[in-house]
Design a binder for this molecule. Structure first.
Ligand code: GTR
Length: 325
């Protein structure tokens, strides 16, 4: 009997340790507008798995995909105020608050995805990351989002002239509004989740995005003319609430940063595969892809640079980006 109760006591101690250990785990919430399986969602999940493993389970990450926590603009407020700890969004909705993000959002600033990688993986990328701190955020990583192009339900676009009068939803940034105006078309910024029905009901003719978004948000069903103008090669950003990051020990901060860095390689690999897959899928479903005369689009963008690249910091950044070979 005595034996048994000793055993029971030992079990109780073990159980309370287990409960203690479980309650010592901090679960961090992360938002994403994309569905489960999308490369950004998987990139953050991979980050979470690495953090969990490297902190021996003291931290875990829960990814709320498919805009479960709200549209991008709302979730940016949530991560800035600390309602959620993490968020994966485009850089464009930060153009108004973190001015350095304007540079990678400029049309045709990057010559290629390789050029973008060199810039964002180097000193200019670090400068953009540092600029998030005054906004209450730590930029942990930049992820790939390929090139954005225009698509619409009305007609194939082969030149700037074909853009005239078309109505496009753009991502929520003034740069995109001015870009569309410079092409002779009309822009309406609107949350991502409203785009499908806005095209379907004819409120707008189309929108602009990369192949994986055009595919997974099903916009190809309602806007089949996709013109590969590739106006931006705009990366995504994975951010953390700064107060939550500052609470981590220096060792854990290093673990988070390294896990984010490691997740970039994973996300890029998934991204490269997804672009090809999505393009095939939308083409098979009847999307018509045109290759518009690109120089006309590039030339039309001068006023966007004149309006948005006004101070010396941004002027120097633009020159620095252009100098990266
Ligand atoms: C996608 C991006 C999303 C979101 C969306 C949009 O390419 O991955 O984060 O910004 O575009 O257009 O709203």
């Amino acid at each position: 009997m005595l034996h048994f109760s000793k055993f029971t006591a030992a079990m109780l101690v073990a159980a309370s340790f287990a409960i203690g250990a479980a309650s010592a785990q901090t679960v961090l919430k992360s938002s994403d507008t994309h569905p489960d399986g999308y490369p950004t969602v998987e990139g953050v999940k991979y980050f979470g798995a690495l953090v969990k493993e490297r902190t021996a389970g003291r931290y875990a990450v829960e990814v709320y995909h498919s805009a479960q926590l709200g549209e991008e603009k709302d979730t940016i407020e949530q991560v800035r105020s600390g309602v959620i700890e993490l968020n994966r969004v485009s850089l464009a909705p930060f153009n108004g608050t973190v001015k350095e993000t304007i540079v990678p959002a400029l049309p045709y600033i990057f010559r290629s995805e390789e050029h973008m990688h060199k810039v964002m993986d180097g000193a200019i990328g670090d400068q953009i990351k540092a600029a998030f701190e005054p906004a209450g955020l730590v930029a942990l990583a930049f992820y790939d989002a390929g090139a954005r192009s225009f698509y619409n339900k009305t007609k194939p676009v082969n030149s700037v002239a074909d853009m005239k009068g078309l109505k496009f939803r753009v991502i929520q940034s003034d740069i995109f509004v001015d870009m569309v105006a410079a092409l002779g078309a009309n822009a309406t910024p609107m949350p991502y989740g409203e785009v499908y029905s806005a095209i379907e009901t004819g409120v707008i003719d189309g929108a602009e995005n990369n192949f994986p978004s055009y595919d997974t948000a099903k916009h190809f069903e309602v806007a089949k003319n996709y013109s590969l103008d590739q106006h931006t090669i705009l990366p995504e950003v994975f951010v953390m609430n700064k107060a939550a990051f500052d609470k981590l020990t220096p060792e854990d901060q290093a673990i988070f940063k390294q896990a984010a860095k490691d997740s970039v390689a994973k996300q890029r690999e998934l991204w490269a595969a997804k672009v090809g897959e999505s393009r095939k899928k939308v083409e098979a479903a009847g999307a018509l892809i045109t290759m518009p005369e690109k120089q006309g689009f590039i030339d039309a963008m001068k006023p966007v640079y004149e309006k948005h690249v006004t101070d010396d910091v941004l002027k120097k950044m633009v020159a620095d980006v252009q100098a990266v070979q």
